[in-house]
Design a binder for this molecule. Structure first.
Ligand code: G3H
Ligand code: 13P
Ligand code: ZN
Length: 309
């Protein structure tokens, strides 16, 4: 049991039909809820921390909580920086005990993205840390943007091959139609599987990463709505599309929104049903259990990662 890199996890997942879940963590209950699910399912696991999470909880708290969770459960876990935007934050995480960092240079022109990614790869590899980069832009749902216009921002397969070759990056996040948050599609969900297959055929040894992969389960949206929230029009990636993507090089599937929904739905339920309650353990405990149930469902039914540890 230790903090490990994702290297072995990805090597096993690469030519198979499952992916490793990468779940965003912000506090103790989220970490415990996810760890319990991974232990129950005997599944490989990546816990990831955004810049916002570092600011909210302070990096040292998250590191120590993850170390405690590893000691408590006996699981190996990769601790990953999600969407690092510059060299400094990646260096800080490498120096601070993370085993994996993402440098997200996707907003920069191709050559700048390459230069920035190379700089991070060099530093991280010198310290035994692996690196994820991103090429292409995750599309947001915008009113008049049609599929053709959205796909102009998707990852170009030839560029992906050149990018991996020139940067030496360990894994690559690609854009094929997913987006962050609870509103991913207007109308029918669409992912560009032909593009994914082409990317995978050009760089078959590179683990690919699917961001924005929450499925936004109606059960949780309904419960949020039922207990006083309004999340109209929420739509996630269909579960079968995530499963399909794992056959074409997707080794890491990022999930944050679904955790937020599961947790918030349960806290709302408790506080609506027991309005006089003010002991945080009485709503955070059930919220933690809701996260465990949701993550177990993902591991088993969406990622196909049970018993793949
Ligand atoms: O991709 C972004 C993750 O959902 C993290 O979100 O920056 O609000 O922590 P955050
Ligand atoms: P979701 O918003 O779909 O959960 O995506 C999270 C993510 O990609 C984190 O990097
Ligand atoms: Zn992301």
């Amino acid at each position: 049991m230790a903090l490990v890199t994702s290297q072995d996890m990805f090597a096993k997942a690469l030519n198979s039909d499952y992916a490793v879940g990468a779940f965003n963590v912000n506090n103790m209950e989220i970490i415990q809820g996810i760890m319990d699910a991974a232990k129950e399912e005997n599944a490989p696991l990546i816990l990831q921390v955004s810049a916002g999470a570092r600011k909210y909880a302070k990096p040292i708290y998250l590191l120590k909580l993850v170390e405690a969770a590893i000691e408590d459960t006996g699981l190996d876990v990769a601790l990953h920086l999600d969407h690092g935007e510059d060299f400094e934050i990646c260096k800080s995480c490498v120096d601070g005990g993370f085993t994996s960092v993402m440098i997200d240079g996707s907003k920069h022109p191709f050559e700048e993205n390459i230069a920035l990614t190379k700089q991070v790869v060099e530093y991280a590899h010198d310290h035994g840390v692996v690196v994820e980069a991103e090429l292409g832009k995750l599309a947001g749902v915008e009113d008049d943007v049609k599929v053709d216009a959205r796909s102009a921002t998707f990852t170009d397969p030839q560029e992906a091959a050149e990018f991996v070759e020139r940067t030496g990056v360990d894994s690559l996040a690609i854009a094929i139609g997913t987006s962050h948050g609870a509103y991913k599609f207007k109308g029918d969900p669409y992912l560009d599987f032909e593009r994914l297959k082409e990317i995978h055929s050009l760089i078959p040894n590179t683990p690919l990463v699917l961001h924005g992969a929450s499925t936004v389960l109606p059960e949780f949206v309904d419960r949020c709505n039922q207990f006083g929230g309004e999340i109209p029009g929420a739509q996630g990636v269909p579960e079968d599309m995530i499963r399909e993507s794992t056959k074409w090089g997707i080794c890491k599937v990022n999930i944050d929104t679904d955790l937020r929904l599961a947790m918030t739905a349960e806290i709302r339920r408790v506080l609506v049903e027991s309005p006089a309650e003010f002991d945080p353990r009485k709503y955070l405990g059930p919220a933690r259990d809701a996260i465990t149930r949701m993550v177990q469902h993902k591991i088993k039914n969406v990622l196909n990662a049970s018993d793949k540890r």
